[in-house]
Design a protein around this ligand. Structure first.
Ligand code: DX5
Ligand code: ZN
Length: 219
């Protein structure tokens, strides 16, 4: 299983965002992970559509936009218009999650569905065939630089079983506290897309860090 690495720009120097994204692109990332926070679903406020638009002009890597916002259905089209290739909403933030997933797909973007650490897999079981990616949060959303929550490993294994049972082939992304030292066991538990903010941007050499992560996950 070939892994994908999605550096989170939350850990970037925001004063040099275009240069940071250019450096991540050149260093060989697979996606650029963009954390959108609204100050309601999560305590922080980060960035919106104008920044996504600007980033889409400095990289050809798919923008993996993680909406940590309430009522995400109000913003689906505008984030896709701004350049999101993959748009992920939180199941906890959607009153009608199946409808929101169809809304994302109707734009032509890929649809991701995220779960907080305390949210049971049962919450997404009946829409699994409608998602392109499941994102398991391995920290509580809202902040970068937190520690990986160990129970995510068992949750990943349970998710893999559910996907195997249904012969469903969506991507499985994990987000929060991913570093070179723990990526192998998270991969072994079933993740194939890895978000990492401080684990990559907190290091001097982005290319070497991502290569080392890939080596840790090599079969
Ligand atoms: C947290 C965000 C993450 C965050 C990860 O709410 O969704 O994407 O940037 O940062 P690290 O890798 O530093 O935990
Ligand atoms: Zn994220």
């Amino acid at each position: 299983m070939t892994i994908k690495i999605a550096p989170s720009i939350l850990a970037a120097d925001f004063g040099r965002l275009a240069a940071e994204v250019g450096a991540l692109d050149a260093a060989g990332c697979d996606y650029i992970h963009v954390d959108v926070m609204d100050g309601r679903f999560v305590p922080n406020i980060t960035i919106g559509q104008p920044v996504v638009q600007a980033l889409s002009e400095v990289t050809n890597k798919p923008l993996d936009v993680h909406l940590m916002i309430d009522e995400p259905e109000r913003y689906v089209e505008s984030f896709v218009d701004a350049g999101a290739a993959l748009l992920t909403v939180h199941v906890e933030a959607c009153r009608h999650v199946h409808r929101v997933l169809q809304q994302i797909k109707a734009t032509g973007a890929r649809a991701g569905l995220a779960l907080n650490p305390g949210t049971p897999l049962e919450a997404i079981r009946w829409v699994l065939e409608d998602v392109d990616l499941v994102l398991l949060m391995s920290v509580n959303p809202g902040f970068g630089g937190q520690s990986f929550i160990p129970s995510t490993l068992a949750k990943l294994r349970a998710l893999r079983s559910l996907l195997d049972e249904g012969s469903i082939s969506c991507e499985v992304e994990v987000d929060g506290g991913i570093v070179q030292d723990n990526i192998a066991e998270v991969h072994a538990a079933g993740a194939d897309v890895f978000v990492s903010g401080t684990g990559i941007l907190g290091r001097a050499d982005y290319a070497a860090t991502m290569s080392a992560m890939r080596v840790c996950c090599a079969d």
